[in-house]
Design a protein around this ligand. Structure first.
Ligand code: APR
Ligand code: PHB
Length: 397
């Protein structure tokens, strides 16, 4: 097989890049280890920044999001029995976010890819990357027990944190930055009406809690749990009772509970690899960086990486501008580090840290109180939450 861009991974990064490239007339093939159903079975976040919303529309997959997504112009911070509204729209000159699940984004992208006839090879084993520093890189993989070869011009590593792309770069060519947090998030998906019209991020002595949603009839709630906790130890009753104990009284009273449709624990981690390019290989999304979910930035960073690589490749193929390729990593990393900082900060502001002493707790409480009581503080929160602007690939672009 032969194509222009070989994409590893059919998560949101790989599928969105594939769709944009296809629309621009750049041939691509996606190689994915799992089945499409398996990919769609993963429950992930659901807050889209304006930049990602526009990119999905540009890719031609915005129709269902625009019809069914919930535009949100604010969110709430709850602490010390208080509920503080952060008015994103007023603080950012009209910006907001769209509530639309990653699973739905993925479903729309898969449907569009199928409709345009672009190739995705699912259930491909043992993907290997070859000759990355040459002008003729290629992939090999196994499908139905046979080894296949895919020749290409460039490889997009969109295969997530555990993928093969980053691991195929010699260790000495990469620098890794990492922080592992001493807790995780236990998440529950339920067919219940949301407790509030907006997302509620709650700081409590017992630990952080988040009230989120997927639709007017489907909710997603989280509570902070210890890093060693097992999901089997959390019955639905225990989860709802823990969540209620961390919410302000009026919300706890109003909370509608129900059987969980999905329940899982995710560890919290910050991770960045530099650079994000090695020869003809480019890393995108979770393959290159992880953020703790507190700022809802993971999926949105994947979208900004895709936008950057797509805009560069378009100029490479249309205008022969291969000089732009070496800018990819720097452009992406400037925005990634700002989102890493925000996600780390939101995490440190709202969670209970096992080793935190009385002084640290007062500082944390005061920091939250200070940010919400100052117009400047609220603006900092809001402009980061709605998403910092995408950087153009050229000054005049
Ligand atoms: N070969 C082929 N495919 C692979 C391999 C491999 N060796 N390893 C992983 N994959 C596939 C996975 O099965 C998965 O479908 O790559 C895909 C990676 O998808 P995601 O993990 O969803 O990563 P990405 O597309 O970058 O999505 C952005 O941001 O913070 C997150 O929740 C957010 O998952 C979302 C991510
Ligand atoms: C979610 O709805 O899953 C969600 C929302 C906001 C976050 C994290 C996760 O910050």
């Amino acid at each position: 097989m032969k194509t222009q861009v070989a994409i590893i991974g059919a998560g949101p990064s790989g599928l969105l890049l594939g769709q944009l490239l296809h629309k621009a007339g750049i041939a691509n093939i996606i190689i994915e280890r799992q089945s499409a159903d398996y990919v769609l079975g993963r429950i992930r976040a659901g807050v889209l920044e304006q930049g990602m919303v526009e990119l999905l529309r540009e890719a031609g997959v915005g129709a269902r999001m625009d019809a069914e997504g919930l535009p949100h112009s604010g969110f709430e911070l709850a602490f010390d029995g208080r509920r503080e509204h952060i008015d994103l729209k007023a603080l950012t000159g009209g910006k907001g976010v769209m509530i639309y699940g990653q699973t739905e984004v993925t479903r729309d992208l898969m449907a569009a890819r199928q409709a345009c006839g672009a190739v995705t090879v699912y259930q491909a084993d043992n993907v290997r990357l070859h000759d990355l520093k040459s002008e003729r890189p290629y992939l090999t993989f196994e499908k139905n027990g046979e080894i296949q070869r895919l020749d290409c011009d460039y490889i997009a590593g969109c295969d997530g944190y555990h993928g093969i792309a980053r691991q195929s770069i010699p260790a000495q060519a990469l620098k890794i930055f990492e922080r592992v947090y001493p807790f995780g998030w236990l998440g529950v998906l339920a067919d219940t009406p949301p407790v509030s019209d907006e997302l509620v991020y709650a700081r409590h002595e017992r630990g952080f809690a988040l009230c989120s949603m997927r639709s007017p009839t489907r909710t997603r709630y989280y509570v902070q749990v210890g890093a060693e906790e097992k999901v089997e130890d959390w019955s639905d009753e225990r989860f709802w009772s823990e969540l209620k104990s961390r919410l302000p009284a009026d919300l706890a009273e109003r909370l509608v509970t129900g059987p969980s449709i999905e329940k899982s624990i995710a560890p919290l981690r910050s991770f960045v690899v530099e650079p994000m390019q090695y020869g003809t290989l480019f890393l995108l999304g979770d393959a290159a960086h992880i953020v703790p979910p507190t700022g809802a930035k993971g999926l949105n960073l994947a979208a900004s990486d895709v936008s950057t690589l797509y805009n560069i490749l378009r100029k490479v193929y249309a205008e022969g501008r291969s000089d732009l390729l070496e800018r990819y990593s720097q452009i992406c990393l400037r925005r990634i580090w700002k989102a890493e900082r925000f996600s780390w900060w939101m995490t440190s502001l709202l969670h209970r840290f096992p080793d935190s002493d009385a002084f640290s707790q007062r500082i944390q409480q005061t920091e939250l109180e200070y940010y919400v009581s100052s117009e400047a503080g609220r603006t900092v929160l809001a402009e980061n939450y709605v998403g910092l602007p995408y950087e153009p690939i050229e000054e005049d672009a």
